[in-house]
Design a protein around this ligand. Structure first.
Ligand code: NAD
Length: 262
């Protein structure tokens, strides 16, 4: 299926690795030009080079910087001739117990996982509406739908974003101008972050990495981790010309892990 977005420009945040990279690669495969960001320049440049080699027809601009800062966001936006597609992403907050978190920890999580995507939408969606096409995909978490006790910072900050997006996506001046805003909720995907948390749990509990992973898989009917490529493919469809009637939704990609009927 031709997704009908070749030649458009996408800003994909936090895209040197993992889910962000999966989205960037899938969009490039559809002929979309990219601005990709990440904090570490080396990994980011390597990803940009890999995408350029695989898709010589698209332009890929790499902007190193912290997307959770005003400077990082300005640099990313300045590098993109026009943002037709915005994929919001950043590192997730650390796990822990809410009794140990102070105001600083909360502000950091809210800054990264709620206010940063809101600032980037504020900077882009009205211009998208003016051009009659826009797609925003916010990478959030399955924890928005089924909270994970140790990820309280993520549960809280991302739920704030989710509530805000539910209203924004339904503004007639956006939805009526072919601008869609949706949230993609990953369950467990095979990325560096999940490898690191699996290793940390194994070290903390004295279990083998295989045993920790098997326990995790036991809660996933598909009995495997998702891949960044399949996450990216779904994101690309949400950004496609065909997905214009889908907005304000929270879509779980979790191999059936969420046990509810709806
Ligand atoms: P990852 O660690 O594999 O990759 C994160 C990417 O984000 C890297 O490219 C890193 O350089 C970049 N990054 C992190 N903080 C940044 C910042 N402040 N500015 C710019 N770039 C930044 O992580 P992932 O597994 O791909 O996760 C992506 C997001 O999805 C995270 O917020 C994570 O909490 C969330 N999530 C992931 C899963 C999963 O199964 N992988 C599940 C639920 C939620």
């Amino acid at each position: 299926m031709d997704l009908g977005i070749a030649g458009r420009w996408a800003l994909v945040c936090a895209a040197s690795k993992g889910l962000g990279k999966g989205c960037a690669v899938a969009l490039a495969g559809e002929g979309v030009n990219l601005v990709i960001t990440a904090r570490g320049a080396e990994a980011l440049e390597a990803t940009a080079a890999q995408i350029r080699a695989a898709h010589p027809g698209v332009e890929v601009r790499a902007v190193a910087g912290d997307i959770t800062t005003p400077e990082g966001r300005s640099a990313a936006l300045a590098a993109c001739p026009q943002v037709d597609i915005l994929v919001n992403n950043a590192g997730g907050p650390p796990p822990g117990d809410f009794r140990d978190w102070g105001r600083d920890e909360w502000l950091k999580a809210v800054e990264a996982n709620m206010l940063t995507p809101i600032e980037l939408m504020k900077a882009t969606v009205d211009a998208m509406a003016g051009r009659g096409f826009g797609r925003v995909v916010n990478i959030t978490s399955g924890a928005v739908k089924a909270p994970i006790d140790t990820l309280g910072l993520s549960n809280g900050a991302r739920s704030g974003l989710t509530g805000f997006v539910a209203g924004l996506a339904r503004q007639r001046r956006l939805a009526g101008a072919n601008v869609t805003i949706n949230n993609l909720l990953p369950g467990w995907f095979d990325t560096d972050r999940v490898k690191a948390t699996t290793q940390a749990t194994a070290a903390k509990t004295g279990q083998s990495i295989e045993a920790v992973l098997e326990k995790r898989l036991a809660g996933i009917p598909a009995h495997r981790l998702g891949t960044p490529a399949e996450f990216g493919a779904f994101c690309a469809f949400l950004c496609s010309a065909h997905a214009s009637y889908l907005t304000g939704q929270n879509i779980l990609l979790d191999g059936g892990g969420y046990p509810g009927t709806f």
